[in-house]
Design a protein around this ligand. Sequence first.
Ligand code: ZN
Length: 163
Amino acid sequence: MDSDKGEELLMVRATYDVPYHWSAGQYVGKFFEELRDNGRIYANLCPKCGRGLIPPRPWCARCNVRMGEWVELNGRGTVLVFSVAQQSFWDSGRGEMTPVPAAGAIIQLDGAPVLLRHALQETDPEKLRMGMRVEAVLKPREQRIGTLNDILHFRTIEDEGHG
Ligand SMILES: [Zn+2]
């Protein structure tokens, strides 16, 4: 053997089609059922550190304690950070290329110390700012299937009518 050439590897090419599904479990299952059937968004709270989780989960991995109270959120929140994609990318959650421009944000939801990453309706960077108020827009009931994408996006709240 000629040691300068190295070993030639035989390549075997194959395409696998492996459909799978898994149980969402009690907590995430209830969360998605409520979102799909009733349009309600829930988080649950850690009794020790106080943080919220969305979707709710049974255990706080930080504190190693069982999560506590479920709280219904009003679907509103505050944008902490955002970005606007001008280049299309694969959205594994939707199983398709994302139309651009596409805006995404980390949103501090009202009613619980919980953050959610989701899409924004507004995609004009000039109209986006940190601290802006937004509200979840759900798909129509007949289109909801029990995923976080049942929330279509978050729209800008023009006037919350403080008073
Ligand atoms: Zn905790």
